[in-house]
Design a protein around this ligand. Structure first.
Ligand code: GLN
Length: 482
């Protein structure tokens, strides 16, 4: 069963080929077998999952099933789950049991899906390799010596290895798309405001967005249908209608205008990846699209602007972990400053501390204008570039990442080279746009992702484009041998 997509599993449940209890047991058995090597799950919730599966079977029997009823969907450990440890990959929250469910989690529960456990991630979602987790690195199932990407590396590895048919991810600068690319799966980062952030532990609030990760665009459509929509508890969620994502998957691509940004194909991109991306674009031509070159002139500034804005927001968001109300508290504090200093010093890892220091510096009175304000202006220029491009094209295509999965430890001592792995994804977050990554081939045995970027709230169109490509190619059907 671990080779099937969510859509196939849903048909199997509907036809009573197997029950949700059988499906969940098979999923849990596979997790027990392969998680020790992959390390994608931080926490397993086996008993609760089986109870949910029994409830799902009853719901299916009563004819009340929804598309995801009875389907195992694992949650990134950044989403609060009532009564279950929610660590965010950090020692700071190692013993934190969330008192409530994130909106995204409650929506999956209401849809009747089953949660097998919580997935590993970079600490507080800061990273591109899943190596900053307090719980140790996740391994890429295609090659255990390489990283799965980050920060949703546990989600991507679990789906690729068949340890969950679908998983949630979050994307602040590329954390759904880059690991999807490295692990050969499909993932979409929706428009900022499309999915609720309530109960999703904040990293950089103006950039963070939740999204689905699965094998196919069709599966992502089924998951996004559950996740998307206005939430009165999140003032940045947007009250616009949620379209029928699955219903739009087969729309025609006739007359579709594709733009290829010159800046995405310059030095730094592996030539073998470029070849695969151009071959994928050629497939779209066959499906009726036209292609033109465009320019996003401020693109090269996206990584520097992001590494001012994101750390600034994180330094403020992470101020709440003070050892007083929840999270790690040091032993025997001498006084209040000692409590703060040691609790935070012990609870946070090196990358999180680096971000807090950078952000605090950029927001300090003397440097606010020079860094934070400047970065916000650059951010506007970047989103203006996209709007300019969308006057002449419907979708922007390019690589998701400049390389395939790199070796474990290869970039750990070089933060700047690590930061550059998000060079094609980060601008999308700064602009708040939706972006999707889908498998488009292999280089040296490792998956390569094609990125699709659309205008605001064009998720249905992006899923449609990915689905049509997946109807004529089979990259998304390849699975690693474990
Ligand atoms: N890799 C980027 C960072 O480290 C993006 C992370 C993310 O999208 N959560 O900040």
């Amino acid at each position: 069963m671990h080779t099937q997509t969510i859509a196939q599993l849903a048909r199997g449940l509907k036809n009573r080929d197997f029950s949700s209890v059988e499906l969940t047991e098979a999923c849990l058995a596979r997790i027990r077998q392969h998680n020790p090597a992959l390390n994608c799950y931080i926490s397993l919730t086996e008993e609760a999952a089986l109870a949910e599966a029994r409830a799902a079977d009853a719901r299916i029997a009563s004819g009340q099933a929804e598309p995801l009823t009875g389907i195992p969907i694992a949650q990134k450990d950044i989403f609060c789950t009532e009564g279950v440890r929610t660590s965010c990959g950090s020692r700071m929250l190692d013993s934190f049991i969330a008192p409530y469910d994130a909106t995204i989690v409650s929506r999956f529960r209401a849809a009747g899906s089953v949660m097998p456990g919580k997935l590993n991630m970079d600490e507080f979602a800061m990273g591109s390799s899943n190596e900053t987790s307090f719980y140790g690195p996740v391994k890429n199932p295609w090659n255990l010596q390489t990283v799965p990407g980050g920060s949703s590396g546990g989600s991507a590895a679990a789906v690729a290895a068949g340890l969950a048919p679908g998983a949630t991810g979050t994307d602040t600068g590329g954390s759904i798309r880059q690991p999807a690319s490295f692990c050969g799966i499909t993932g979409i980062k929706p428009t900022y405001g499309r999915c609720s952030r309530w109960g999703m532990i904040a990293f950089a609030s103006s950039l963070d967005q939740a999204g689905p990760m699965a094998r196919t665009a069709e599966d992502c459509a089924l998951m996004l249908q559950v996740m998307a929509g206005f939430d009165p508890k999140d003032s940045t969620s947007v009250d616009v209608p949620v379209p029928d994502y699955a219903g739009a998957l087969n729309a025609s691509l006739d007359g579709l205008r594709i733009g290829l940004p010159r800046e995405f194909f310059e030095a730094g991109l592996d030539p073998a990846i470029e070849q695969l991306i151009r071959a994928a674009v050629a497939e779209y031509r066959k499906l009726g699209a036209t292609v033109s070159e465009i320019s996003l002139p401020n693109m090269p500034l996206s990584v520097p602007a992001y590494y001012v804005v994101a750390p600034a927001e994180c330094s403020s968001n992470l101020a709440r972990y003070d050892g007083v109300r929840f999270g790690h508290r040091c032993a025997n504090p001498a006084d209040l400053p000692d409590l703060y200093t040691r609790s935070r010093g012990e609870g946070f890892g090196a990358e999180v501390k680096r971000r807090i220091l950078m952000g605090t510096y950029a927001l300090s009175a003397g440097y606010y204008d020079a860094y934070y304000l400047k970065a916000q202006k650059v951010r506007r220029l970047i989103s203006d570039d996209f709007q300019q491009a969308f006057r002449s094209v419907d979708v922007i295509m390019g690589p998701t990442a400049p390389s395939v999965a790199f070796g474990l430890g290869e970039k750990s001592d070089d933060p700047v080279s690590m930061y550059l792995s998000d060079i094609y994804t980060i601008g999308v977050n700064l602009a708040g746009l939706p972006g999707l990554s889908l498998p488009a081939g292999f280089c040296a045995g490792l998956p390569v992702g094609l990125q699709l970027i659309g205008n605001y709230f064009s998720e249905a169109r992006l899923l449609n484009l990915a689905h049509r490509y997946q109807q004529v190619t089979d990259w998304h059907t390849r699975q690693p041998t474990l």
